[in-house]
Design a protein around this ligand. Structure first.
Ligand code: 2AL
Length: 177
């Protein structure tokens, strides 16, 4: 059964963190912070609270969020060390089955990007396919750092939106007596 905003608003912070803790990759502190804004008017109001919280962070905080994301098709994906959410997203975009040549190219582009910006390339993998991701990475690496920071954060919000949608649409709620 789907979860609605009343179910969400009735959660204590431990449950809220258990359920939504990874909607921003490896950044449960964001979700822990926005629990204070309960009750939310709607799921999209909750998403807006997350977005506002992220936007209110200084540049170093935004960079920190990006740094919590694994490299696409990186070593951690291959060794099964990424979060379940990230693994599903990267698999769906075809990044778990790159050819050796594609792996090498991805590695080079990722490291070029990280050397230039000091944070990893982040894109909402579920909204792209392999070819688009290569294309975006090749283009975005030429952007100025301030633009790329904002672009990366916009992608984090898209990832967050899809993760929340997946949770609220598939979650089974305990039967209320
Ligand atoms: C990711 C990730 O983990 N999921 C996704 O959609 N994109 N990482 C990344 N570096 O873009």
């Amino acid at each position: 059964m789907a979860m609605d905003i009343r179910d969400i608003n009735s959660m204590n912070y431990e449950s809220f963190l258990d359920v939504f803790g990874n909607v921003v990759e490896k950044c449960p502190v964001i979700v822990a912070a926005i629990w204070s804004r309960c009750p939310f008017l709607s799921v999209s109001d909750m998403e807006s609270s997350i977005a506002e919280f992220i936007d209110s962070l200084p540049q170093s905080g935004k960079e920190g969020i990006l740094r919590c994301h694994p490299d696409l098709a990186g070593r951690d994906l291959l060794s099964g060390k990424v979060t379940a959410e990230s693994q599903g997203e990267q698999r769906q975009a075809g990044l778990a089955s790159l050819s050796p040549g594609e792996m090498e190219r991805m590695k080079q582009l990722n490291s070029h990007y990280k050397n230039k910006f000091g944070f990893p390339f982040v894109i909402c993998a579920r909204m792209s396919n392999k070819a688009q991701i290569f294309q975006e990475l090749s283009v975005r690496v030429n952007n100025p750092p301030s633009q790329e920071l904002l672009k990366g954060i916009e992608e984090v919000k898209k990832i967050c939106h899809l993760r929340i949608q997946a949770i609220v649409s598939t979650s089974t709620q305990p039967t209320k007596l």
